[in-house]
Design a protein around this ligand. Structure first.
Ligand SMILES: Cc1cc2nc3c(=O)[nH]c(=O)nc-3n(C[C@H](O)[C@H](O)[C@H](O)COP(=O)(O)OP(=O)(O)OC[C@H]3O[C@@H](n4cnc5c(N)ncnc54)[C@H](O)[C@@H]3O)c2cc1C
Length: 378
């Protein structure tokens, strides 16, 4: 089955996700955004439905969906509220390194935290190590049968909710990126503090902030893979995250399009609905056209993953292109709504704020071009 022709099952799952967002999340979405409040009531219902573990392997309690279906559903969830969906999806992002490099015992232990509704955090970025990940300063030294971890991780999604952290730290700084390791640290372990929560422009339902490790302790058995494999594990996790981010950005853009079509039919100016002014009609057609192109690109990247081929160029193209589309489309949606679009009473300014982060995280769009350039010219 081509990834471009959806199965009946995929369509039914997409509808289920969209219906969930319409019923449980959208009614309070604007208020939750203003208050930067994560809708825990809706999250509990999502957990009952298994919407938070769509990508987790079936043997560990998840839905075990293929990448194409998983990303299609991420699009629907982000269509409803990108902040809520981002927070809900974060534990799966943090679990990816465990699924990739963990032992059977580690896979089970951390899935058993996530499946009932727990959160995990992917702790890579530091104040001076975002795009330049290798500049990280966090270290982990082995003392007896423990790792002692010291460093500050910044901009960590669900920092205030996390039950465990996948921490990327140098076990051997002299070896450069090959000296970085990935270590699982449980929330509440000695030496771990949750730092400040950022006051963000968008995806405000999803908490983001610092986690501080001061001589924090983790059993030596919490190492993922071998010492020195952390950088590789982080980069491979980000390849998946880029396709997911692309699908999420398309979800935001799709919502902006649907709201724009509805508004352009209802708003009458100079005696006719604004879509009958051709400049508005063409603006909205361009929004739709760009969204279709972005969707095709993320499905192509996801389809390659399902075929066993992680194509780094496609992951980067999809992430950069879809997030640029989301930014353009949501900005144009504000234009369609005119002055009302610029107010918080209407949902399109939120979509514009939400879209921006997709050009920044999971590797900025400049970094995506660096990655794609390396692939093209190698
Ligand atoms: C809401 C949010 C959630 C996040 N969640 C997480 C998380 O859960 N876990 C985690 O580890 N991190 C997370 N991050 C961090 C995120 O991945 C980084 O912010 C991002 O990688 C950029 O790093 P930086 O902010 O340090 O920007 P910088 O690296 O300082 O970049 C600044 C500017 O310089 C540009 N630039 C950098 N290098 C180059 C280059 N070589 N060529 C051209 N331009 C370049 C960048 O594109 C950018 O425009 C999150 C960030 C935010 C804002």
């Amino acid at each position: 089955m081509s990834q471009f022709l959806l199965t009946e099952e995929q369509k039914a799952l997409m509808k289920m996700c969209r219906d969930f967002m319409i019923k449980e999340v959208i009614p309070t979405s604007l208020d939750d955004d203003k208050a930067a409040h994560f809708n825990e009531t809706a999250y509990k219902k999502a957990v009952e439905m298994g919407l938070h573990v769509l990508g987790l392997p079936e043997e560990y309690g998840g839905a075990g969906l293929d990448e194409v279906t998983f990303t299609l559903l991420q699009e629907q969830l982000h269509w409803g509220d990108a902040g809520f969906a981002n927070a809900m999806g974060c534990a799966q992002f943090a679990y990816r390194p465990v699924a990739m490099a963990g032992t059977a015992a580690q896979k089970k232990k951390y899935a058993d935290i996530i499946v009932p509704g727990g959160f995990g955090c992917f702790c890579l970025t530091e104040a001076n190590a975002g795009s330049d990940v290798a500049a990280a300063k966090t270290t982990a030294r082995k003392v007896g049968d423990e790792y002692i971890i010291t460093g500050n991780k910044h901009f960590i999604t669900t920092n205030t909710l996390g039950n465990f952290y996948v921490v990327f730290a140098y076990t051997d700084k002299s070896a450069g990126p090959r000296g970085m390791s990935a270590i699982l640290v449980d929330a509440g372990a000695p030496g771990v503090t949750v730092g400040k929560k950022e006051d963000k422009m968008g995806i405000r339902q999803s908490p983001t902030g610092e986690i501080i490790f001061e001589e924090a302790r983790a059993p030596a058995g919490n190492l993922l893979g071998k010492e020195g494999q952390g950088f590789k594990i982080a980069m491979e996790t980000l390849n998946y995250a880029r396709i997911d981010a692309a699908a999420s950005a398309v979800g935001i853009a799709q919502r902006a399009l649907e709201l724009s079509i509805q508004y352009a039919k209802e708003r009458v100016i100079f005696g006719k609905p604004i879509y009958q002014h051709q400049a508005m009609e063409f603006l909205i057609v361009d929004m739709a056209m760009r969204i279709e192109a972005a969707r095709s690109l993320y499905l192509r990247a996801a389809g390659e993953v399902d075929a066993g081929n992680m194509d780094l160029k496609l992951c980067s193209y999809a992430k950069a292109f879809a997030s640029d589309v989301a930014m353009k489309v949501t900005t144009d949606a504000v234009q369609v709504f005119g002055g009302f679009g610029y107010t918080r009473e209407y949902p399109v300014e939120k979509l514009m704020r939400d879209a921006k982060i997709y050009q920044i995280f999971e590797g900025t769009n400049q970094v995506q071009r660096v990655v794609a350039g390396k692939e093209l010219f190698k």
